[in-house]
Design a protein around this ligand. Sequence first.
Ligand code: ADP
Length: 453
Amino acid sequence: MLGGATIHAMKWQRTLILFTISVAVAIGLQLFWQTPAGWIILALATGGLLIDRRRQASRVAQWAEGPDADPPAGIGAWEEVVAALYRHNNNLKLTRDELQQTNAAIMSAAQALPMGAVTLNREFQIRWFNRAAEKQLRLKSERDIGQNLLNLLRAPEFAEYAAKSDWPSHVVVRLSWGSGQDQTVMMQLVPYALDQILLLTRDLTQIERLETIRRDFVANVSHEMRTPLTVLSGFLETLIEAPSDALSEDRRSHYLHLMQDQTRRMTALVADLLTLSDLESTLVAERATLDMETLLGQARQQVEALSAGRHLFKWELDPGLCLLGHEPEIQSAVLNLLTNAVRYTPDGGQITVRWEPTPDQGATYSVTDTGIGIASEHLSRLTERFYRVDRGRSRELGGTGLGLAIAKHVAMRHDAHLDIQSKLGEGSTFSLTFDPSRVIRKDEGSATATQAP
Ligand code: ADP
């Protein structure tokens, strides 16, 4: 097989041979017939050829301006050169497209990282950053690219860290954005390539907040337990140490009853804590069909026994309305709102319980009382664990301070929301409104119902 170079050489030689023969013919004509016709024909042919070559060259030059287009036709000897360039250009284009795709994939992965990433030069000027960094460090690309990060952050801990010669570990920086919006961010600098620096950031604000909540919770539980335990051990000490004839039977029995009250309080607290921890173990509650008529009937018995005739109850229940949920949780939420109404409504007050459909096919369970009511400044905090408007009163009435926290959790797990409306001295309405997806009519649910026992 002949190589490309040999073929080119052969073509070139053929042209040379043709030219030599034409010159020989022209010389022959001149010598033997004394006519210059050969030279004239040769000059005309050479001129035509030159003009054609010039035209071909300008077509090639025009094509070379944008070599992505198909090569032009009729360019003679240029065809091979242009075809080779065209192939080469196509290969380059493919490689460029692949590189662009890889680059775009890497950039979108970097953008999607949950960690903030900022690329910097040696002078700490920002070259690029991803979405997480934009959020965490409040950067704006049109404003901050090219800016010096140390000037933008103004965090002395970070400036001190950045000034070191290398950064084997991270630094935790507290960033203050004014109006109390502080943020805790973990930052790590990593040198890469030639004189480039990568800053990785992680927002610790939420983790820190959760840690504070956990610490407060442990402190609250210990505090709640300490009081009944102190009372219990005090009475036990008295009973053990007092000579047998020093305490009358009545006094002894009084002490024992007080001890029983404290034990009940601790039992209620532990039960509520266990309920809360169960609620936190999964995000969404199961969807068994609950016959609310039965469930509310049981709650009614318990709460009327607790009230012992001190309150007037009104029950307005839609008997056909069922809920898709987890029975013990709904029972607990329903009872918490009811027992609160009994606790915080003075004798003779009225308590109205409703279970009714909402216009959008959902349903609302509400408890309205004519009790002591709650001042508006407390309303937003009522569902916090251990938050009580009047700590002494709640304890006295046997409250754990966890009832509304449980009700709110149960609501969240059942696609419902807990609303509280209250006026100090007039009474309150606590309501749980369930999403239509959690509500069915009794006849609709009978085919699949796993009826509450
Ligand atoms: P507690 O066990 O103390 O009742 P909850 O979490 O159930 O705890 O309620 C938190 C606080 O909300 C109560 O201590 C009380 O101050 C207030 N509260 C709850 N329900 C009512 C109500 N129906 N009327 C007035 N205040 C209420």
